[in-house]
Design a protein around this ligand. Structure first.
Ligand code: ADP
Ligand code: MG
Length: 716
């Protein structure tokens, strides 16, 4: 018997073990058993060739129609094999330098062929495939294909599905799974099969019913262990002793509220009260605040910061980019006015200061900012990653606000948290609406608040797709719109997928021409449709000071039009900007477009967003763009996004451990399992926080955390 953490070489030969590791990343017996079939084929059913996808490794079951071999050069022997599929379609394979194959592949024989699907002279073919006969010479069906359903595994050229299948079988026979990680009462309550059964049924099913039952159980494993990890994290956070920062009357917060030029929305009030209460408690708050762009999160966060400052603490605001950090500092200063000008003449007693700390600061400015943070003179310290570095210290860090969370990992949040004398309260803000299942998994250790309404008086954003494929001339009307808005004193963003200039150009993939570039568009516009307007460019290659200067000029209305990359995607707040033109809009993701669009219509003037594309009507790109133009509901769009993109991309860099630990579970389709697992996990962790009564589950948790850490290190 071998354990789950035994090397694969304990169950298969050295070369196979090495190939499984190199090509599929399968190192342990556990990895192998959790390498689930991608699909199943019914015994004897030929594969329709029409389903093959170019570029994939596929295994097809087909009948040989004819075989012919010839020597092309002294060292090159080629065998052409013509195959027939279920619908009578034919495919020709070329097999090189294996002259003996014609003995196996005689007309009428059926076999599995595995290889990469390629297009060759307009025809789809498998390149130099491996094959596996179903019957031996005596017509006896070989063992692998005796089952009613044949599992087809994710495979690689050097490791075809059949090799995986054989290896998994060996592992199934030899493995000692140990005790089941799921508590027996949970297994019974949810009518799950035992782990051992589930693994047998997923790898060697006798029916699709087996597969379904096995999948349900294996999804539970993944969902439950993950939710236990998250429940434990929440329990740990709750058990920490932080510093209560109760609301104090007559302080900064009161002065700020008194001077606020608008009434808070009921959502802002409600969330604000909740934050005020939690920050006033000893257990540190650990909360995610999500809300559409412009829903007023920053105001809510600022009020929480002021409460902390009133009670003697400091707040740190962590932003993902320099531009955003600068902008945050500027807009916080603007909102606070004299309240943020401590030390200057004629300011109120309770006034504080805002320090800005970014990587590009000069030495003197950096020293000042560091000193203000360390002395407590700065009530608010705004910064990028630079805030996390070792030289940064606070007099009394009471609240950490993280903006646009999806760009930071748990580790970074923790690094900043560690700078408090006692664990600070944490507020994470995100403007990317997160589908519920993702909120429950990726952000499952945070409590969630959502701002659902936009402040009143916000003018609607009208969005439209401009289809150049059908109407090339409509591009001109886009520029006309821009000129109209500018003529009324408004401003415009023009967004391009690429910077251009001396970039090393990627060769255009799949025959598409390169996307339009900021620098080219800028030139063409200032000498063409937008001649006479004040047009500037903003992109990631500009030096930080210049980026900041460009943004400031645009903020002050000294520029009419900003031609930019997605650097403006998050947080940029220029209320006077009312029109956005996105060029080659199909190059952007759904959520990204929604995010970009949030940059206009922030100041009460009706706004317009034009999505320019050359994609044809009915193409997947156009469907996505139509979805964006069709609704302003970010949550609906995040669902579209999740459906359209591979989940790994959606989770992206958020927490790669989470991603790689999910093999069977899909965040899109398995909401029920995730929700139920969360309820079970919370109950279990409440009753037995250290999992003392669940040694096998405890081990599964340790394994998951190890995997997460390993992934993180690999990424870092
Ligand atoms: P978010 O951070 O969610 O994108 P902000 O807090 O930056 O939103 O708010 C966007 C704009 O709306 C800012 O100019 C802000 O001053 C303004 N704002 C916030 N709350 C309100 C409100 N209740 N009524 C009117 N305007 C508001
Ligand atoms: Mg904001």
């Amino acid at each position: 018997m071998v354990a789950l953490d035994a090397k694969v070489s304990a169950v298969v030969g050295g070369p196979t073990a090495k190939a499984l590791d190199t090509h599929l990343g399968l190192r342990t017996v556990g990895d192998l058993l959790r390498h689930y079939p991608r699909r199943y084929v019914e015994r004897g059913a030929l594969t329709p060739f029409a389903d093959l996808v170019v570029g994939e490794h596929a295994t097809v079951f087909a009948e040989v129609q004819s075989t012919s071999g010839k020597r092309l050069r002294p060292s090159l022997f080629k065998t052409d094999v013509v195959l027939k599929d279920a619908e009578g379609y034919r495919m020709t394979l070329a097999i090189f330098n294996r002259p003996w194959v014609d003995k196996d592949l005689r007309a009428g024989r059926r076999a599995y062929f595995s290889g990469k699907v390629e297009r060759f002279r307009d025809k789809v073919q498998l390149s130099n495939p491996e094959y596996q006969l179903v019957e031996d010479d005596a017509g006896v069906v070989t063992e692998e294909f005796a089952g009613a359903l044949v599992p087809i595994y994710p495979a690689a050229a050097k490791v075809p599905s059949i090799t995986v299948q054989r290896s998994v079988r060996m592992a199934l026979e030899l493995v000692d799974l140990g005790p089941d990680p799921l508590p027996p009462d949970l297994v019974a309550r949810h009518r799950l099969v035992r782990l051992e059964q589930a693994l047998q049924m997923v790898h060697r099913p006798t029916s699709y019913g087996d597969v379904t039952r096995a999948q349900k159980r294996l999804k539970w494993d993944e969902a439950f262990v993950l939710q236990v990890v998250l429940a434990q994290r929440r329990a740990v956070t709750r058990s920490l002793t932080g510093t209560p920062r109760a609301v104090r009357s007559g302080g900064l917060l009161a002065a700020f509220d008194g001077a606020l030029p608008f009434a808070l929305t009921s959502g802002q009030l409600e969330v604000g009260q909740r934050l005020a209460k939690e920050i006033g408690e000893q257990a540190p708050m650990y909360r995610l605040l999500q809300g559409e762009v412009g829903s007023g999160k920053t105001v809510v966060a600022l009020r929480a910061m002021l409460q902390v400052i009133d009670s003697g603490g400091q707040a740190a605001l962590l932003a993902p980019t320099e531009v955003l950090a600068q902008q945050h500092a500027r807009s916080l200063r603007a909102m606070l006015g004299p309240l943020a000008a401590a030390g200057e003449l004629g300011t109120a007693d309770q006034a504080t200061r805002i320090a800005l700390l970014t990587g590009s600061l000069g030495a003197a400015a950096r020293r000042t900012a560091l000193a203000e943070a360390a002395s407590g003179e700065a009530g608010i310290v705004v910064g990028t990653h630079a805030l996390l570095s070792e030289g940064v210290s606070f007099a009394d860090l009471g609240l950490v606000v993280v903006d646009e969370q999806h760009r930071f990992g748990v580790e970074q949040r923790d690094a900043l948290r560690a700078k408090g004398a006692s664990p600070p309260h944490v507020l994470v803000m995100t403007a990317t609406p997160i589908p519920r299942t993702i909120a429950m998994t990726v952000y499952g250790d945070l409590e969630v608040s959502t701002l659902t309404e936009l402040p009143k008086g916000r003018a609607p954003i009208t969005s439209a797709v401009v289809p150049l494929h059908e109407h090339p001339a409509w591009l001109d009307t886009a520029w006309t719109r821009v000129r109209e808005h500018v003529a009324q004193g408004r401003q415009a963003f023009i967004v391009c997928p690429r910077i251009g200039g001396d970039e090393t150009e990627e060769p255009a993939k799949d025959g598409r021409k390169p996307a339009v570039a900021v620098l080219d568009v800028h030139l063409a516009l200032v000498h063409g449709p937008l001649e006479g307007l004040r047009v500037e460019v903003l992109h990631g290659r500009l030096p930080p000071e210049e980026k900041d200067a460009v943004m400031q000029r645009f903020s002050r209305g000294e520029t009419d039009v900003l031609v930019a990359t997605t650097v403006i995607e998050v947080g940029v707040d220029v209320p006077n900007a009312t029109v956005m033109v996105v060029l080659d809009a199909d190059r952007f993701g759904v959520s990204q477009l929604h995010q970009l669009r949030g940059r206009v219509g922030r100041g009460g003037h009706p706004a317009l967003c034009l999505l320019i594309t050359e994609a044809e009507a009915g193409s997947p790109s156009r469907v996505r763009l139509d979805a964006v133009a069709g609704t302003n509901d970010g949550f609906a769009l995040s669902q579209v996004d999740l459906e359209q993109r591979r989940e790994g991309d959606v989770l992206g860099s958020v927490q790669s451990g989470t991603r790689s630990s999910l093999r069977m579970l899909t965040l899109l389709r398995d909401e029920d399992v995730i929700r139920e697992a969360r309820v079970e996990a919370v109950a279990l962790v409440d009753a037995d926080p250290m999992l003392a009564g669940q040694p096998a589950l405890r081990q599964a948790v340790v394994d998951l955390l190890d995997e997460e850490r390993a992934d993180f290190l690999e990424k870092a």
